[in-house]
Design a protein around this ligand. Structure first.
Ligand SMILES: [Zn+2]
Length: 70
């Protein structure tokens, strides 16, 4: 039985089906010196939201060509 994994984009609420839908999955456990001591935050962004959010960065995302893509 094949089970599709889906993620909901935190940015726009869109459902992304994995593994074919691309997106950014972030998980961060905040440490002692942050204001969120011991909290684990996670979110998922679809490619559109990733593009929108990274376009607002003061310093652009570092991009490198990867040749060994599967
Ligand atoms: Zn989105």
């Amino acid at each position: 039985m094949e089970q599709k994994e889906t993620r909901i984009c935190n940015g726009c609420g869109k459902t992304v089906e994995l593994p074919f839908g691309e997106g950014l999955s972030v998980e961060k456990t905040w440490g002692y010196f942050s204001g969120k001591d011991g909290e684990r935050h996670s979110f998922f962004l679809c490619e559109d939201c990733y593009d929108r959010i990274t376009a607002a960065f003061a310093v652009p995302v570092k991009i490198r060509e990867v040749t060994e893509l599967l």
